[in-house]
Write a protein that binds this ligand. Structure first.
Ligand code: LMR
Length: 316
């Protein structure tokens, strides 16, 4: 079986739970033979590499290192889970202080060692801000950095499928914007439920306004719910979604999830893209984003929130 590309993919934080899951997923999806595991935690890393070898993935040329320069040399794709995870009772933003520093270093290392990288996925929290910091420090284009919108849009799809008692694949075109946290803007205007626009269902007895408001909250709090259920932060879904985004960036599934959710590559209107394309001297415009007036207003609010956070981080 062929690989999608021969270009180098680096998993940052590969000794951790999410990182090792990403590595296995990437190997199973046969993205590239050129898979490099990086983690400063040397011993754990060797263990993960050894296990992957025991899986016997055909044609895989696995390397691992605790040296960032070596890891990033010739890297074309990077996915990073290399920050502290959230614990019960914390918000994603509670992680900002420590993880902001890690994101800044990551961005600087990208600039120094692999400025020609094609795509980077950042998933450590608060993912929208850490992604933004990495973007700023690396000098990459907004379309080259993605965070966890694919996970959020899949959560929306899953919640809608549960609500209507249908298969997840019967819910399509789910989109979320505005960051991966409390300020997430969950849009209704693109999604379809069994072919019917979601907007036509909201406010009817099939999905009352109150039920829709609660459903949106379940999407926003999807990660906190996993912590409640597992006693620890999510690992399978962020690992899988981030590798799917890398696969999309490699050209495997252009722009779209197989399940019909929107992937933010490239041209996805995530908050970073919105910031790049829409800040003009006349103010902020979300020209590329289609939604109802209320949705656009919500997104503007979340943008302001992210901007404030970003300014705080820059001032640190
Ligand atoms: C998630 O949404 O599952 C991740 O961001 C982890 C978390 O702490 O919520």
């Amino acid at each position: 079986m062929n690989f999608l590309t021969n270009e180098k993919l680096v998993i940052v934080g590969a000794a951790g739970m999410i990182g090792s899951n990403m590595a296995q997923t990437a190997a199973m999806m046969r993205l590239t033979p050129n898979l490099c595991l990086y983690d400063p935690f040397e011993k754990g890393l060797e263990g993960v590499a050894e296990e992957l070898r025991h899986c016997g993935f055909e044609g895989l040329n696995l390397t691992f290192t605790s040296n960032i320069a070596e890891a990033f040399k010739d890297a074309k794709y990077i996915v990073s889970s290399g920050g502290a995870p959230r614990k019960e009772g914390m918000t994603r933003e509670d992680l900002l202080k420590g993880n902001a520093q890690i994101a800044a270093e990551l961005g600087k290392n990208i600039k120094s060692y692999c400025p020609d990288v094609k795509h980077v996925v950042i998933i450590f929290n608060p993912a929208d801000i850490t992604g933004l910091i990495t973007l700023i420090e690396s000098g990459l284009k907004p379309s080259q950095v993605t965070t966890l919108a694919a996970l959020d849009s899949t959560r929306l799809q899953s919640e809608l499928a549960k609500h209507f008692g249908i298969k997840q694949s019967e819910v399509t075109n789910c989109r979320t914007y505005g960051g991966h946290g409390e300020q997430m803007a969950v849009f209704a205007s693109t999604a379809k439920v069994n072919g019917t626009p979601l907007l036509d269902l909201i406010g009817t007895d099939k999905l009352t306004n109150d039920a829709w408001a609660e459903l949106k909250q379940r999407v926003i709090k999807g990660g906190a719910n996993i912590i409640k259920l597992r006693g620890r932060s999510s690992f399978q879904s962020p690992a899988y979604c981030s590798i799917e985004m890398i696969r999309a960036a490699m050209g495997g599934e252009a722009f779209r999830w197989p399940a019909g959710c929107y992937v933010n590559i490239p041209g996805f209107e995530n908050i970073m893209m919105a910031m790049e394309t829409s800040i003009t001297k006349d103010g902020v415009k979300f020209a590329e984003i289609k939604g109802t007036d209320a949705e656009i207003a919500e997104l503007k609010q979340s943008y302001e929130h992210l901007k404030t956070l970003r300014d705080e981080v820059i001032a640190m």
